[in-house]
Ligand binder design. Structure first.
Ligand SMILES: O=P(O)(O)OC[C@H]1O[C@H](OP(=O)(O)OP(=O)(O)O)[C@H](O)[C@@H]1O
Ligand SMILES: Nc1ncnc2[nH]cnc12
Length: 176
C-alpha cells in the first residue's frame, strides 16, 4: 500500500542549484493520498479539543482549510508581511540569508483558544517558530504542530520540541 511519502515528488535544483525540492502538489492531486495526509495530520489529537486551525502560507492554507472543514472549526491564516488586510501583529524570523516577517490578524484568535498549527514542510523551524510567537502573543494555547514533511538535518523539529511543542510529522527526507 502506498504511504504519504510515496506520493511526494522530488524536483532537483529547485528553486536553487543543490536543493532537492519536496513537491507536495502530487500528494494533493491524488484523492486517496490527500485524504490520508489530512487524517494523519490530525491523528495525534483525535478526541482533543481544538478551537482553531492555523495554516502557514502558502501550502499550509490548503491543508488547514481541509482540516478545519473536517473538524467544523475555524481556519486562521498566518501570512508573509503585507498580505493581510486588517490590523495585524508581526513577528520577524531568520532565513538562511537575512530576515522575513510573518503576520496574523490581531483578532483572529481569542485568549485561551486551543490552536493546531499545520504546514506542508518543516525545515529550520523558523516559520513555525514565528507562528508560535504570534499565536502566544494573542493568548492562544497551541495543542501541537503538524507537518507532512520533516527535513531532520535542518533541525526544525528539535527547535520546536525545545519550545515545548508536540510535533507530528508524516515522513522525513534526508538532506536540505
Ligand atoms: O522551517 P523553515 O525553514 O521555516 O521552512 C519551512 C517553510 O518553507 C516553505 O515555505 P516557503 O517559505 O518556501 O514559502 P511558500 O510556502 O510561500 O512558498 C514551507 O512551506 C514552510 O512554510
Ligand atoms: N527541500 C525543500 N523542499 C520543499 N520546500 C522546502 N522548504 C525548505 N526546504 C525545502
Amino acid at each position: 500500500m502506498k504511504t504519504v511519502k510515496d506520493y511526494i515528488r522530488t524536483i532537483a535544483d529547485f528553486p536553487h542549484e543543490g536543493i532537492m525540492f519536496r513537491d507536495v502538489t502530487t500528494l494533493f492531486a491524488d484523492a486517496r493520498g490527500f485524504r490520508m495526509a489530512i487524517d494523519q495530520l490530525l491523528h495525534p489529537w483525535a478526541g482533543e479539543q481544538i478551537d482553531k486551525i492555523v495554516g502557514l502560507e502558502a501550502r499550509g492554507f490548503i491543508l488547514g482549510g481541509a482540516i478545519a472543514h473536517q473538524l467544523s472549526k475555524g481556519f486562521v491564516p498566518i501570512r508573509k508581511k503585507g498580505k493581510l488586510p486588517g490590523q495585524t501583529i508581526s513577528q520577524a524570523y531568520k532565513l538562511e540569508y537575512g530576515e522575513a516577517i510573518m503576520e496574523i490578524h490581531d483578532d483572529a484568535i481569542r485568549p485561551g483558544e486551543k490552536v493546531l498549527i499545520v504546514d506542508d514542510l518543516l525545515a529550520t523551524g523558523g516559520t513555525c517558530g514565528a507562528a508560535i510567537q504570534l499565536i502566544e502573543r494573542l493568548g492562544g494555547n497551541i495543542v501541537g504542530c503538524s507537518f507532512i514533511v520533516d527535513l531532520p538535518e535542518l533541525g526544525g523539529r528539535k527547535l520546536l520540541e525545545g519550545l515545548g511543542m508536540d510535533v507530528n510529522v508524516l515522513c522525513e527526507f534526508e538532506g536540505a
